[in-house]
Ligand binder design. Sequence first.
Ligand code: MG
Ligand code: MG
Length: 278
Amino acid sequence: MPRIELKTPEQIKWMREAGLIVAEIHKALREAAKPGVTLLELDEVSAEVIARNDAQPNFLRYGGFPATVCISVNDTVVHGIPDMTKLKEGDLVSFDCGAYIERGGQEWHGDAAFTMIVGGDGAGTAEARRLNAVTEDAMWAALASVATGHRISAIGEAVEETVEKNRDGSWTAGIIEEYTGHGIGTAMHQLPEILNYRARGISSRIKKGMVLAVEPMLTDGDIETFVLEDDWTVKTVDGSLASHWEHTVARTENGIWVLTAPDGGEAGLAPYGITPQP
Ligand code: MG
Ligand code: MG
């Protein structure tokens, strides 16, 4: 069986450097994502932060992807290509991006995503706000499970538990199954594959030195998706909204460290009684 790459403490520090650059891209995107701004202009914002930090984009040219950031609006789940589309107040938009730096003769990657409603906290529908809050919660529960769980399967269990806990009358969020989280390190996508739902079978043990990209994708309706003719853009078949949150997290000597969160995950993990352990 192929081996999961385990990182040394020094390598995790290099990945933290990459992670903080990704966090800086997120901050710039969040500030720039206003009504009337085009998705291409937001790609330039991302590219500029990467260049300013002497880092490299890991999304650009990945499998031929033409931009530094995937921007997925409303019923687009993931892999949206920046184009001349202008954001509108109330759009539910996800930004998924990454960067790598070169240290010790190798590439060290960061990868993270967030979803926001254009126009501020009060904008958008109640349904969009609910979906986005549940998805972000599912991500933090999943990240916490990397500290408390014994196997990779704890991550999918945490996502499912969060979705069930947030059941609202007849409504529950749908968990996308066709796209998964992944190991990350000297390449953006590594083993193990991380399912966002409960599955039969025994998954890998979580070990010190593992670094994982944990990324639940939830919909406001059904979970069926299709890909547009551009071979990238993934949309929900029923047109329901989708949200996507992701962080890169390391299992360290004494706990976990969320490498793409500026505070290392302190605020997001606090409700789970977990303090980041760099
Ligand atoms: Mg990503
Ligand atoms: Mg990822």
